[in-house]
Design a protein around this ligand. Structure first.
Ligand code: FAD
Length: 415
């Protein structure tokens, strides 16, 4: 029987950073996944390390936008009608958490994590020899209407108060930064401190390789085999059964598959999202990711091509792909930037694991000794992965956590 101190279940960006931070502290760790490190949700994001985030994504407060979503005309959100009754309680909670005062509270509670997002990735990527995947050019949000730009004033004011660098640009100044864009927008905001990743899969793989170089075990196995062999936890892996005193559930959107049988039911929903790469259209190239705000998509320059990522889709995690949002955004995207042919035959589909209050869970599991939770990072799993790894490793090893972990405790959802 193989034994380690800690089993980390899930080798996405979150679990890999958790495992690496534990290994750096001398803990004997096995990182278990049924696939390769970083190949699931963490493969397909827009690659933005958004330390600049102030407000989380919110339920629309504009009735016109809601009607467009309901009529399936909005590029920002899509839904499967039959799924709505199941996700309705989550949506009600999400809407409540989207009230202005609650958003402000969330911004304050999340700030310590976001503030460490970039520096923690810089540190891990440097020691993993992966610094070349990080691009220090910020990211650019474009606004086609004066109204949409004016609506950013509150966020930019708060950001300025928090020392989060951002520069409002007119069209000419934005084109100075990104000359390949077409002048179909009126305003831009350059979030200068954000960092972007040219290949999120390669970054997670580099962190996993660093973990292995420190003596960590990377094993293939099904997390659903987790069971208690009192007082330890056991998982079946391709290398045989594996025991540990503690286990970290870092399974992103799949965390409920393991937690619900353990009697831990937290209000996780998924916001599905798609991407597709496009070859360069002529000489057109971007220097940094660009958001077309009113149209709800991002163009992110990646090693594989220009990655177009879509807004959200409310549908069962495992339902077959329905990438209708591409049809809705492609005309706007081609108007903004010279996209060539698609690289893949079909879009990639992923599922953002989201709690209704837009905070992840980074804490001990309720009522289950030896079980820790690190999941639910929503739109910011890449951004917050490295900081999450540090925070949970500090908690597990009895060090002083770099910030108060209370806002991220699972207990907030318990009666
Ligand atoms: C379109 C899109 C764009 C995004 N853009 C950004 C962005 O720009 N910036 C940002 O910060 N975030 C972004 N995100 C969010 C980010 O990608 C996620 O929050 C993050 O990848 C979640 O990481 P994770 O490690 O928690 O989950 P995952 O990467 O999904 O990792 C979970 C792991 O668990 C494994 N697993 C599942 N079930 C089992 C099992 N039974 N047994 C063993 N292993 C199992 C999976 O194989 C997987 O490797 C985006 C997401 C999407 C969909």
């Amino acid at each position: 029987m193989a034994r380690v101190d800690v089993i980390v279940l899930g080798a996405g960006i979150v679990g890999t950073c958790v495992a690496l931070h534990l290994a750096k502290r001398g803990v004997a760790v096995a990182l278990v996944d049924r696939g390769g490190a970083g190949e699931a949700t963490s493969y397909g994001n827009a690659g933005i390390i958004e330390g600049n985030t102030v407000f989380p994504a919110a339920f629309p407060d504009d009735w016109k936008e809601l009607v467009r979503i309901a009529l399936k005309r909005s590029p920002v959100a899509n839904y499967h009608l039959t799924f709505l009754p199941r996700v309705a309680p989550w949506l009600v909670a999400f809407r409540a958490a989207s009230q202005p005062q609650r958003l402000l509270q969330t911004a304050q509670l999340m700030r310590p994590l976001f503030a460490r997002a970039v520096s923690e990735h810089e540190a891990l990527s440097a020691e993993a020899g992966a610094g070349h995947y990080l691009r220090h050019q910020g990211w650019l949000k474009l606004y086609r209407t004066d109204r949409a730009f004016a609506a950013t004033a509150r966020e930019r004011d708060i950001a300025a108060g928090l020392g989060i660098a951002n520069v409002a640009l007119d069209r000419a100044a934005a084109l100075g930064l990104e000359p390949a864009l077409h002048p179909v927008f009126r305003h831009a905001v350059h979030w200068t401190g954000a960092v972007s990743v040219t290949n999120p899969l390669a970054l997670t793989r580099a962190y996993a390789a660093r973990f292995a170089a420190l003596g960590g075990l990377l094993l293939s196995g099904d997390a659903r085999t987790l069971h208690s062999v009192d007082p330890r936890w056991r998982v079946d892996t391709a290398a045989g059964p594996l025991d540990a005193g503690e286990v970290v559930i870092a399974l992103g959107p799949w965390a409920p598959d393991v937690l619900v049988p353990l009697g831990i039911t937290l209000p996780l929903a998924v916001k599905r999202g798609y991407h597709r790469h496009f070859a360069a259209g002529g000489n057109a190239a971007l220097g940094r990711p660009v958001l077309d705000a009113e149209n709800g998509y991002v163009l992110a320059p990646m090693e594989q091509g220009t990655r177009l990522t879509t807004g959200v889709e409310f549908a069962p995690r495992d339902a077959k792909p329905t990438p209708v949002q591409f049809d809705r955004v492609m005309p706007a995207a081609r108007q903004l930037f010279g996209l060539g042919e698609p690289v893949e035959a079909q879009p990639w589909l992923g599922a953002r694991p989201c709690f209704p209050d837009s905070r992840p869970v980074i804490s001990r599991a309720p009522r289950r000794r030896g079980v820790w939770l690190a999941y639910g990072h929503a739109h910011w799993g890449l951004t917050l992965g490295a900081a999450t790894g540090r925070l949970i490793a500090e908690m597990m090893t009895g060090a002083t956590p770099f910030c108060d972990p209370a806002p991220y405790a699972a207990e907030r959802f318990l009666p």
